[in-house]
Design a protein around this ligand. Structure first.
Ligand code: AMP
Length: 518
């Protein structure tokens, strides 16, 4: 594949350039391009010699430099990979491992907590320093012919699933290549001269979220540097500002929520980040107020809004938000479709709607996933094919509500119970099904709490098996128990115990009445 070849070439061209830098971690957290290509070649060779299959490998870790080495080793040896962040609760990560049944789990962090035992038990693992030690004797050159082929799965990302078990979105090497080629043109685009000089990209999202694919593969393809913010730095305002000041980032990739967190610090601006050139956002609504504040803090920087689901390789529409666009539209558009993609709006009667009318957003094109891993039922429900001019294209029901106007797509919420909270994609039923597993929960219903049109928090309404004497302590206990199954961002902030669960006539929880009177 062209993009894999290009990445290897970049390493040969700039072996001394820093490829990856972990914020505030010193020399330990840095990796040069020369090392990246050598180590990934060796590890690819080791996998070729030691693994029987070319099935996807799990890469379990957070932001250690060898995460990148592992991803690249997989694709250079013709294997897909599935990144699992260590912040994913052990039972949830285990469910992913059980679904994938990988022949190998790579564990690039120097150390792991006890929960790693639950995740990896029964699997073959290669962990920490052993990754380099074991592969040290392998040649660093690996035949190009081994690398992934266009239709092979390049990566799998598991997203929140309504049943309570995450579903694995499979993205092929061809989908990724199509995405990268377009990603390089975002805003004013990345020129060859800029790429040659080396651009530093910000990595905020964990690698198990598809937003990270944007910064990861644009940095790899352009031959730049990836500056990664670990969870510990993101959670400490002073450390975060110090890291951003030291970062030399020019190309920012994050959710709007994360930029808003940074904007809360008066020090966040051009003074601190002199070379900031471009902000690329995806994953949730970009409020005009956020754009205005960014324009003020970073005069001259480009602000690009992009839209898309994991199922269609990160993003498929883009718009550079200028003063004119800010003046003309509120809410802001999410952009026009990239080349190779068509956006259509589907009406309730199954016919496509004309401009201006609201319906479900359908994505048709060359970055749509072949479907969910081991899940033909969900795949069939969400994906279909369209034949046009003798060509068969893949299409995806996004479940998003939207309309097209003047060539721009506008997003207006969901047609189901999927939400975005602080940039995280969550199926409310995923939380409910996991809360229902807890000892004192008869039935739970989770509702998002909005302010100014943005979801700020979650409230769980719980019908307990036994009414608690102390509701406050019981809610606390429930939240603690829920951590076994749910990542922190899915744990409802507020828990309300109810005496009965209101139901609609067709036997579903009556969410509307729950939201109203409490
Ligand atoms: P994920 O798969 O985590 O990227 O989430 C995809 C979903 O995030 C989409 O289906 C939308 O509901 C939402 N989303 C993505 N980009 C945007 C955007 N620019 N504005 C509003 N919502 C967005």
């Amino acid at each position: 594949m062209e993009f894999i070849r290009k990445i290897v070439e970049n390493g040969r061209k700039h072996p001394e350039r820093i490829a990856y830098r972990l914020a505030l971690a010193g020399p330990e957290g840095a990796l040069t391009w020369g090392e990246l290509i050598r180590q990934s070649g060796r590890l690819a060779g080791w996998m070729e010699a030691n693994l029987r299959s070319h099935e996807p490998v799990v890469v379990y870790g957070h932001k250690a430099p060898d995460m990148i080495v592992s991803f690249l080793a997989c694709i250079r040896s013709g294997r897909g990979y599935c990144p699992i962040d260590t912040s994913v609760p052990a039972d949830r990560a285990r469910a992913i491992v059980d679904d994938l049944q990988p022949e190998l789990i790579l564990m690039p962090e120097a150390s792991y907590g006890e929960e790693a035992q639950t995740v990896t038990e029964g699997s073959r693992t290669l962990s920490g320093a052993a990754i380099r030690e074991q592969s040290a004797a392998c040649p660093e050159e690996i035949p190009e012919t081994l690398a992934l082929k266009p239709e092979e799965v390049c990566y799998l990302i598991y997203t929140s699933g309504s049943t309570g078990t995450p579903k694995g979105v499979q993205i092929t090497a061809q989908c990724l290549q199509n995405f990268i080629h377009w990603g390089m043109t975002l805003g004013a685009g990345i020129s060859e001269a800029e790429a040659d000089a080396g651009i530093t990209f910000l990595n905020q999202a964990p690698f198990s979220f598809d937003l990270s694919v944007m910064d990861l593969y644009l940095f790899l393809y352009s031959g730049g540097t990836l500056y990664a913010l670990p969870k510990s730095v993101q959670g400490d305002a002073a450390a975060l500002m110090k890291a951003l000041r030291e970062s030399d980032v020019q190309f920012w990739v994050s959710t709007p929520s994360f930029a808003e967190v940074c904007l809360a610090d008066p020090g966040f601006g051009r003074e601190a980040m002199r070379r900031m050139q471009r902000f690329a956002f995806c994953g949730e609504t970009l409020p005009p107020a956020t754009v205005r504040r960014l324009m003020q803090a970073f005069p001259g920087a480009e602000i690009v809004n992009t839209y898309g689901p994991t199922e269609s390789t990160v993003a498929v529409t883009d718009v550079t938000v200028t003063e004119d666009i800010l003046e003309k539209w509120d809410p802001l558009p999410v952009g026009s479709a990239k080349p190779g993609t068509q956006i259509r709006i589907l009406g309730e009667d199954g016919a496509y709607l004309p401009e201006g009318e609201r319906g479900e957003v359908i994505i048709i094109g060359d970055t749509v996933s072949p479907g969910y891993r081991n899940n033909p039922e969900k795949t069939q429900k969400a994906f279909f094919t369209v034949t046009e001019g003798g060509e068969t294209l893949r299409a995806y029901h996004t479940g998003d509500k939207g309309y097209l106007l003047e060539g721009q797509l506008f997003y207006c919420g969901r047609i189901d119970l999927q939400i975005k909270l602080h940039g995280y994609r969550i199926e409310l039923e995923d939380i409910e099904n996991n809360l229902n597993k807890l000892e004192n929960v008869e039935r739970a219903a989770v509702l998002p709490k909005e302010k100014d049109g943005v979801i700020r928090s979650l409230t769980a309404y719980v019908l307990p098996v036994e009414k608690p004497e102390n509701a406050f302590a019981a809610a606390q206990e429930l939240r603690t128990q829920a951590k076994k199954y749910l990542p922190d961002y899915m744990i409802p902030k507020k828990i309300v115990f109810v005496d009965e669960m209101p139901m609609t006539t067709n036997g579903k929880v009556d969410r509307r009445s729950l939201g109203q009177d409490r």
